[in-house]
Write a protein that binds this ligand. Structure first.
Ligand code: NAD
Length: 335
């Protein structure tokens, strides 16, 4: 039996986390869910964004499934997501992006994984007003931070028989910061002669991805470019409601969808639960429960392909609850 921390989060978070929990339970893997919450809703009730019990639960269980948390734009609120990633050194943000048959998008052959550095770059949160009308932000890239994410991408490529890793940068302009990231990539690639290193400047990468995404298998990049490219890639396979993610460190892993709290559809039972359900499947794989993870992947694929119980963002008219119920029924018949 596993003990897992469950964080519902804000906006659509509670709706989709509940469905993911039910889907995971349907596989038969026995999990004791330790539900704690953080975010704006908690702040409104308790006056604190992350109560101590959230840290306690994470530090005890070391594995969590988390819903999205709202970060208001403007001063006064730090992103809880960024804070947790930094506090627990969850340096690898891993986001698999895969075409799902049945979704009407221009490409049907996308199968790539993004390795986004998760703890540095412009996300270190050092910004200041130089003088009225002039603001500056610090961008930090370190050799240690760069090497471990690039190494993770190459290790993944090797373990999964991939032939290339694309390193995305802007070293032509940011010669020291992105230059360091690229230099680390060139050095690490030497140890993997069977894997091709693709060096791609981020603006060109955006064009390449929308014209010929199938040329990429594994992408390793810095925090900000990874954030932006993840949403771009999500759009290529049908939207933010489909792409899962994992924040992995050496001693903790937090699984969450790529998307945010979607305030525009919150509370309407309209969110696509797929991304968080697939994040749950990634979590099961991480726990060594590969057969149960595969069961979820297959059930999700079949329900989307059938097209009868899909949410509005995918062109259907099912609610969040109806789509997840269909996935659960499919799991039970496949088991
Ligand atoms: P968003 O991802 O919440 O929404 C962007 C668009 O995609 C919206 O139109 C939304 O309705 C749609 N969408 C997102 N998820 C969907 C789903 N599961 N099903 C159907 N449609 C879906 O991005 P945003 O509006 O820029 O951000 C809202 C809030 O979420 C912000 O406060 C942001 O900081 C936060 N956020 C949190 C995380 C996280 O917790 N990891 C990640 C990204 C954004």
């Amino acid at each position: 039996m596993y003990k897992i921390t469950l964080i519902p989060g804000d906006g659509i978070g509670p709706e989709i986390i509940e469905t993911a929990k039910n889907v995971i339970d349907a596989t038969g893997v026995v999990i004791e869910w330790d539900m704690v919450n953080a975010g704006l809703d908690v702040y409104a009730k308790e006056g604190i964004l992350i109560p101590q019990k959230v840290y306690d639960s994470l530090e005890k269980n070391r594995v969590a499934l988390k819903g999205p948390i709202t970060t208001p734009i403007g001063q006064g609120f730090q992103s809880i997501n960024v804070l947790l990633r930094k506090k627990y050194d969850l340096f690898a943000n891993i986001r698999p992006v895969k075409s799902i048959p049945g979704i009407r998008v221009p490409f049907s052959n996308i199968d790539l994984v993004i390795f986004r550095e998760n703890t540095e770059d412009l996300y270190i949160g050092i910004e200041k007003m130089i003088s009225p009308g002039i603001a500056e932000a610090a961008k930090r890239i370190t050799e240690k931070g760069s090497r471990r994410i690039i190494q993770a991408a190459f290790d993944y490529a090797k373990a999964n028989h991939k032939s290339k890793v694309a390193v995305v940068h802007k070293a032509n302009i940011m010669k020291l910061t992105d230059g360091l990231f690229l230099a680390c990539a060139r050095d690490i690639a030497k140890a993997y002669p069977e894997i091709q290193l693709q060096e791609v400047i981020v603006d060109n990468m955006c064009m390449q991805l929308v014209m010929n995404p199938a040329q990429f298998e594994v992408i390793a990049t810095t925090n900000l470019y990874g954030d932006i490219l993840s949403d771009l890639c999500a759009g290529l396979v049908g939207g933010l409601g489909l792409v899962p993610g994992a924040n992995i460190g050496n001693s903790m892993a937090i699984f969450e969808a790529v998307h945010g709290s979607a305030p525009d559809i919150a509370g309407k039972n309209a969110a696509n639960p797929t991304a968080v359900i697939l994040s749950g499947a990634m979590m099961l794989e991480h726990l060594g429960e590969k057969d149960s993870a595969d069961l979820i992947y297959l059930a999700v694929k079949e329900i989307i392909q059938q097209g009868e119980h899909i949410t509005k963002d995918l062109g259907g008219n099912a609610t969040t609850t109806e789509m997840s119920r269909a996935i659960i029924e499919k799991i039970l018949t496949l088991k």
